[in-house]
Design a protein around this ligand. Sequence first.
Ligand code: F6P
Length: 333
Amino acid sequence: EKTIGILTGGGDCPGLNAVIRAVVRKGITAYRYRFRGILKGWKGMMECDWEPLGLEEISGILPKGGTILGTSRTNPFKEEDGGEIVVDNMRRMKLDALVAIGGEDTLGVANKLASMSVPIVGVPKTIDNDLNGTDYTFGFDTAVNIVTEAIDRIHTTAESHNRVMVIEVMGRHSGWIALHAGLAGGADMILIPEQKYTIQEIVSTIRKRHERGKDFSIVVVAEGAQLVSEEGEENKLGGIGQLVAHAVEEGTSYETRVTVLGHLQRGGTPTAFDRVLGTRFGIAAIDLVHAGDFGKMVSLQGNEIVAIPLAEAVNQLKLVDQELYDLATVFFG
Ligand code: F6P
């Protein structure tokens, strides 16, 4: 009987439990594996902290947000001999293989461990959808739906009070959430990290809109978006939402408010799409383990689940589709 470890690393994300359930369910019923749930991501691998994971433990977890295994941002390779400790602990915990569910950082660790001959399979996770090598990650659809609902709600205040409402959403490196939710919520301007904006540009877009008779506006801004001053200097102050709101109010004299959605975007139950994607990823991951096909990450390409080398996922970020952003600009102002 083989023993498989499973862990979740990095920020929590709706759909993690769907993956855990699928991996364990198929692993036990089809392959007769035994599972050890490694607690708090790589921290659990460093400390041999685990608990048994059987059919009972995974029962009823599909609609639950977060991760039943806990998570952390511990990266063994940032600690002395961390990689060797993990390799050692694989042996100590009698693990024949490991399934690591996480984003760029977690999968980066998985990739390094794979090159140290650790039998490992990765499952991509991030609400940001900026992971390379997969068309979508689970958690993204849920986040987009939460933000879209928030935009719809904020719309009513914008209209009733004739205000400019700035909504700051997650996305440090890429504007996937801002772009998709902004499009879905009918935003009048969407600011993303992939583009550079001047205050003047933003102010004149809002002014133009008001000049054509609209007395309210919705601006969606990704947390990683940056303003460039007229001199071309980047503004790296924190709180881009506040900054944009302040600049718009100063520049237009329209009453402006800002809402930072923060961790609301990662909380709670996953959408049906994310439950299905997480389930498909989980099944594919345990099939890879069974096939002995290690050093791979499961990925969605088109409508197919495929396996790609872990290295492909971690070397660069997947930035937003420029064509889709250009399409969104039709609705700006
Ligand atoms: O990567 C997911 C994410 O939610 C980002 O969108 C965000 O920038 C970051 O994590 C927030 O991290 P933390 O939960 O550590 O505040």
